[in-house]
Design a protein around this ligand. Structure first.
Ligand code: SAM
Length: 87
């Protein structure tokens, strides 16, 4: 059994919205790259840190975090099946 507090979000991210983001993930990742630099700098992830990326989408931020935490761990979770398929 799956429990989701916000059923509309779950429907959106597993429906048209999630499929559109999955279809265009490379372009979206390129668009987000400048912001992700600031995000990761602010997060200050250390080499041995353990990172949980909630709402990881297609996984770009999780992979970046994993490179920063090269001797630690990075795990991404998401509720969108189309996006997790890409991740
Ligand atoms: C705007 S996307 C951002 C994806 C990714 N973090 C990035 O920066 O490319 C938001 C993500 O949050 C996920 N999301 C929304 N509500 C969630 C929830 N309750 N639990 C897990 N993931 C969720 C969506 O499925 C979607 O992949």
């Amino acid at each position: 059994m799956t429990l989701v507090a916000n059923a509309r979000q779950e429907e959106a991210w597993n429906g048209e919205e999630g499929r559109r983001c999955a279809d265009h993930y490379q372009r979206l990742d390129r668009m987000a790259a400048p912001a992700n630099e600031h995000l990761l700098a602010a997060a200050g992830i250390g080499e041995r840190d353990r990172v949980l990326d909630i709402g990881c989408g297609t996984g770009d931020t999780t992979r970046i975090a994993a490179r920063h935490a090269a001797r630690g761990h990075a795990v991404g979770i998401d509720l969108s099946a189309p996006m997790l398929e890409i991740a």
